[in-house]
Design a protein around this ligand. Sequence first.
Ligand code: ARG
Length: 596
Amino acid sequence: MLPHKLIEQSLQRAASAVLPDADVSAILVRPCPDPKFGDYQTNALMSLAKARRMNPRQLATDVLARLEVADLCEKVEIAGAGFLNFRLKDSALANALQAAARGEHLFFDPAAAARTIVLDFSSPNVAKPMHVGHIRSTILGDSLSRTLRLLGHRVITDNHIGDWGTQFGMLLVGWKTLLERAALEREPLSEMERIYKAISSQCDPDKPGYDAARHEAARRELVKLQQGDAENLAIWREMIQLSQAQFDAIYGRLGVQFDHTYGESFYHPRLGQTVDDLMSRGIARESEGAKCVFSDGTRPPKEDPFLIQRDGEWQPNPQLIQKRDGGFNYATTDLATIAYRLEIWHPQEIVYITDGRQQLHFQQLFAVFQRWHLEMAGKLKLAHVWFGSILGEDGRPLKTRSGENVKLSELLDEAEERAFRLVSEKNSDLPEAERREIARVVGIGAVKYADLSPNRQSDYVFSWDKMLALNGNTAPYLQYAYARIQSIFRKGDIQSPASGMPPGALTLSAPEELALAKHLLNFGLTLEAVADEYRPNFLCNYLYDLAGQFTRFYENCPVLKSEGSTRDSRLVLCDLTAKVLKRGLGALGIEILEQM
Ligand code: ARG
């Protein structure tokens, strides 16, 4: 078992002995924020004391008196208001590393209670090119799914594509009147976008080019589609097929897979009954001919998503579930979708990954759902994982020079092209095919990492030079750190670094060895933090620090030139660092190279 888990167990046993009726399962340790104070820390005794109106330092003292961690830790210290700080003995550290070298673990354990988690991400819209706005959802969602799976959870990924709705009325009119077949064959999404833009500008009563007849035609085509008109259905299916092929090409390049792509249209047959049910339960009501859900007054106005402050007063801000003309809303589909997912997958958690502009939608959606399915209270966690915008170097939302949305496929082309130029400068002697493969892994990795490493809720500036830099918190830097370790093994002709090392033979003494070993030990805690808060940037920072620790170790501790058990131990440190880099990058969805 990992040392921090052993410490937790001892802590919980000791706390139970002091407070026999307390729930001690929340007593956990975390890495110490400052290594000066130790390796691990717990603050859980303070909340336990607070809840019982006890003196926290006294509780810490009592627990400490019963704590049995002498074989793992140096003397345990009480700090501040009642923290306990733990410092691992070097021998405990070495044992943990040797267990990892034997393949018993890679510094993490599968989750004690595996959960079923639905991840709803990417979700582009049919007949529109995927743009950089969808990239963050795709990349974040994919890395969360990989991390959660690594921790042993049952993850179901569902791409909720926008394949239904009013835009199809306009697309159908455009398809029938403006479509150029040759252009469609060349670049289907651009052609569909062109006809959509042409018609939609004529269907907006607020725009100068408004054409009432066109607007009416679009409405009629939509009704025909919804009523199952064979011609319109066939065109609609073709649009979906063409779009899906383009989406799949991007997913293929990004290495992203979905378990399901139900899409909004799948739920269409369920929307009527969803609205009826909400009406008959009194959750929704009619207002000006539409059907909406209003505040139920159970939350303070500030926390109530159905209220909005206007001119200093709280006004109703309902969620629409059926329009006056009978059409359904985005929210209606999402409500039916939750119900369906519960019915077939029985998840404990559904996580949506979209940009921050949809926050209100999801706050309202979750609140409506809670009122609708009271029996799920406390059994289902609904989470909206939102993210900020990608900005150009001018600090404004990223656009092409002509002001268009940047297309994802072109962005990835450019990433690979730029990486290819860099690789060719450095390794002009490698055959072109090899340079292209390195450029693919580095270019795509760089784009993904640039997206994952900032706090997801802040906007970030998209900079090619920064994301492709070999120095700094970038994918190429980490990929290079991995490849460099592999080159040590090649140079020393070492096949399996840990083999033949007798138990207890691993020694750690140099401060850089100890620091690197301790950092390795935090891999699992980092993965758990990513899963708890849906923040892959924790893992990026961890890996970046790991590469830094490794560099300090490698600069100060000769590996191939050392001898005996020192050499063996250092080779193990190299090997475990490489393994953690590989797994960690893998959890981010980033590939590695054996040679760069
Ligand atoms: N298609 C939507 C968009 O592009 C995102 C859908 C997110 N998922 C959901 N269940 N609402 O904005």
